[in-house]
Design a protein around this ligand. Structure first.
Ligand code: HEC
Ligand SMILES: [Cu+2]
Length: 363
């Protein structure tokens, strides 16, 4: 690992390393935007940095120059005698031109920054329009929870959707500038303040009790975009990771159709019948929903298509195909994510095997 990569991984934080559910570091740079709001924020940041950097260099430059140049009293200054060594140089008062210059220049800079900031706010802060037929817009309600994200898919292209999923957000890419596909998020919270931040897509927006916030983005490239809750929200704040998968419009349509459907029906004579029955007899159903079954809990993540997600527990651990991490999670979620709001149940023997077998079938 180069020194830069090491520093970057330390700065970016190890939980985000895990968000990759693998080993490579994810690109979290706000200087590599992939969506218009992130682009505006980057441009504003660069302008503010450039102006303040210029001022810094000028002020420090003059300071250093003076410190070095005048560190000894100049021979011949003042009367030139030793007794004048500590004397002050001549003081200048009431120079009109200097006073005008140092009032006008900062006023101008502040005015420019105010205007550019206002324009950026105006670009970033857009209230979602009413869904209309063929508007290409995706409307999602995000509910912040301790410590995971609930996503309610409300409308796409003017059609109502009305299903819920968790932790992994899928959206379509906006590849045609003439026909942009915008994603509008309505942000709410169930229990505590969070901040939704995927640096390459948009700025931070808080999820606050009693107030509904909005944000939008329009990703111009497919791929995985990661982020993190950016407001301290308790024990597992550091593991409240964000994953946004930007699909091609075709892949997204497929995902939508699949994810919006109920879990596969289990025939009464099938081999999953007993495992499903065991699961439905456990208290899991008080907190988790599996569409198409009697499990209707809404306190925890919707498990309808659990195995279609790449990660568990808000991006914290990989959801491996063999279900190794899933097994560890069901055995004792408190060991993996201490303080999380799913208690350990100490399931053993056939009950445990049944529950896991059924969960693993939720493709
Ligand atoms: C008291 C409510 C509650 C009960 C009961 C409960 N869970 Fe959970 N479960 C949660 C919460 C809350 C989370 C999210 C934890 C987090 O990520 O911080 C969760 C997460 C999960 C996840 C990970 C989902 C994901 O996409 O990240 C699985 C799988 C799961 N629970 C299975 C079960 C099973 C199986 C049972 C029954 C044995 C059960 N749960 C009982 C509250 C509950
Ligand atoms: Cu949070």
């Amino acid at each position: 690992m180069s020194r830069f990569a090491t520093i970057r991984s330390v700065v970016m934080g190890s939980p985000l390393f895990l968000a990759a559910a693998g080993s490579q570091t994810q690109n979290l740079s706000m200087f590599d935007p992939a969506s218009p709001p992130a682009e505006s924020i980057k441009n504003l940041t660069i302008l503010v940095f450039a102006i303040s950097g210029f001022i810094f260099v000028v002020v420090e430059g003059v300071l250093i120059y003076c410190v070095v140049r005048f560190r000894h009293p100049r021979p011949g200054a003042g009367a030139g005698s030793q007794s004048n060594a500590g004397a002050e140089p001549p003081q200048v008062y009431g120079s009109k031109s200097i006073e005008i210059a140092w009032t006008a220049a900062p006023a101008l800079i502040v005015a420019v920054l105010t205007l550019v900031t206002a324009r950026t706010l105006w670009e970033v802060n857009v209230d979602p329009p009413e869904p209309k037929k063929d508007d290409n817009a995706l409307h999602i309600t995000v509910i912040g929870r301790q410590w995971w994200w609930e996503y309610r898919y409300d409308h796409y292209n003017g059609e109502p959707l009305g299903f819920t999923t968790a932790n992994e957000l899928h959206v379509p890419v906006s590849d045609d500038p003439k026909n942009p596909r915008r994603v509008y998020l309505t942000l709410k919270t169930a229990d505590v303040c969070h901040s939704f931040w995927v640096p390459r897509l948009a700025g931070k927006t808080d999820l606050i009790a009693g107030k509904t916030n909005h944000m939008w983005f329009q990703p111009d490239r497919t791929g995985l975009y990661v982020g993190q809750c950016a407001e301290f929200c308790g024990t597992q704040h550091a593991n409240m990771l964000l994953r946004v998968v930007v699909d091609t419009p075709q892949d997204f349509d497929e995902w939508l159709k699949y994810e919006g459907s109920n879990a596969a029906a289990v025939p009464t004579d099938g081999e999953l019948y007993q495992p499903q029955k065991t699961f439905l007899s456990q208290s899991c159903v008080n907190c988790h929903a599996i569409r198409g079954t009697t499990a209707k809990g809404t306190y925890g993540p919707d498990l309808t298509h659990l195995m279609s997600r790449k990660t568990l527990a808000s991006g914290m651990i990989e959801n491996d195909a063999e279900g190794k991490n899933l097994t560890d999670w069901v055995n004792n979620p408190q060991k993996i994510k201490p303080g999380c709001l799913m208690p350990p149940f100490g399931l053993t023997g056939r009950e445990r095997d049944d529950v896991l077998r059924y969960l693993k079938s939720l493709k």
